[in-house]
Design a protein around this ligand. Structure first.
Ligand code: HEM
Length: 352
């Protein structure tokens, strides 16, 4: 055997060991019923349809990336990633307080992608999977990491009630202990909490979500949270002068529309909006993760992907559970709960 052949064998061996160990490290085994290749034969064009539509909408307005990412989070944390947040109705999850500020456009984008996917492969792909893919592609389009997604989620037949939504979505006034009381119920760790909170590197918030840091809740007088940076606080008082101000501001002052690690740099500088953000730096249990992600975007991206894969597989319905909805806002007519829904599903809302 010549020197070249030996070198070739060694290189191939090293590459294969590297490839296998890299795969083992970076891609956890999907939960039972989901797979990396789920629609490969039944709907091979799925991922390119979703990607093209996300490109289409985000090229017009990149801020929609934030709406889609948050919609996926609110789907997964309430009853699992089962598309339940997408259902409409007067007592649906959508009318619960934490969901009132979800972007209407995010729902429209999902409904429209669903219509495209149905046209290509009817009755095959769940709304829950489409939402997970749309969130993944949005993060990537905004500058964040791309990752492969295990697919095969099925859609719920119904939605959770208001109190379940309120108990499942953490409030922006929570400290680390309050946040972990929600996250640990879902087997998410302190590290997951810090990495997933990095979703606040894009998007915006209403004054009401961080008013507890600016005004006294009973008198309405100015009462500044001493952990806020003074210049940043001055800017927030201009945006939200009273405790009834109706206005929005960006979550990330440094790069509001780019998915990067600047959220953590903001934390070091005491320039984030929510108590639930700043507590990650104040609390010694989470501070080192914040410092690590602020100093190294790659390590943030790697952990964000792992944590998104965990979040994206929470309590999923698979195989014969749930259904593949025809329209994301309403269970299929054959389902026993259809009669309690009365969404105005017009054909126009499903075009484009
Ligand atoms: C850790 C607990 C969390 C709390 C307390 C929290 C709270 C909030 C609040 C209050 C808003 C602003 C709502 C408004 O005023 O309009 C918001 C926005 C947002 N959140 Fe979170 N969130 C948390 C975790 C997450 C996670 C895990 C993600 C995704 C991985 C995420 C992604 C977003 C995004 C992208 C926005 C901006 C949405 C937009 O611009 O439409 N959040 N969050």
């Amino acid at each position: 055997m010549g020197k070249c052949s030996i070198a070739f064998f060694i290189l191939t061996f090293v590459y294969m060991v590297g490839a296998f160990s890299a795969r083992d490290l970076s891609l956890p085994t999907p939960v039972n019923g989901l797979s990396w290749t789920f629609y490969n034969t039944s709907c091979p064009s799925l991922e390119s349809i979703v990607r093209k539509r996300i490109d289409f909408y985000l090229n017009q307005d990149i801020t929609q990336a934030a709406g889609l990412l948050r919609l996926h989070f609110h789907d997964c944390f309430v009853q699992g990633c089962d598309g339940s947040v997408l259902l409409s109705g007067t007592s649906s999850e959508r009318v619960a307080a934490p969901n009132l500020s979800l972007r209407k456009m995010a729902f429209t984008i999902i409904n429209n992608i669903k219509a495209r996917v149905e046209a290509a492969c009817s009755g095959i792909v769940s709304c829950a999977d489409i939402l997970a893919l749309a969130a993944r592609d949005s993060v990537n389009k905004a500058g964040g990491p791309f990752y492969r997604l295990p697919l095969g989620r099925r859609d719920s037949l119904g939605f959770a009630n208001k109190s379940t939504v309120n108990d499942s979505i953490p409030a922006p006034t929570f400290n680390v202990t309050g946040l972990m009381s929600v996250f640990s119920r879902k087997n998410l760790t302190l590290r997951d909490l810090v990495a997933l909170s990095g979703g606040h590197t894009i998007g915006r918030a209403n004054c009401s979500s961080f008013d507890n840091r600016l005004h006294n809740s009973t008198t309405g007088e100015n009462e500044e949270d001493p952990t806020l940076d003074q210049t940043f606080a001055n800017h927030l008082f201009l945006t939200c002068p009273t405790n009834t101000s109706v206005n929005t501001t960006n979550l990330d002052i440094r790069s509001p529309n780019v998915f990067d690690n600047k959220y953590y740099v903001n934390l070091l500088n005491r320039q984030t909006l929510f108590t639930s953000d700043q507590t990650l730096y104040s609390d010694s249990r989470t501070r080192d993760f914040v410092i690590g992600f602020a100093g190294n975007q790659t390590s943030f991206f790697e952990q964000f992907v792992l944590s998104m894969l965990k979040m994206g597989q929470l309590s999923v319905l698979t195989r014969s559970q749930g259904e593949i909805r025809k329209h994301c806002e309403v269970p299929n007519p054959t389902s026993s709960v259809f009669s309690i829904f009365n969404p105005q599903v017009s054909s126009s809302s499903y075009s484009t």
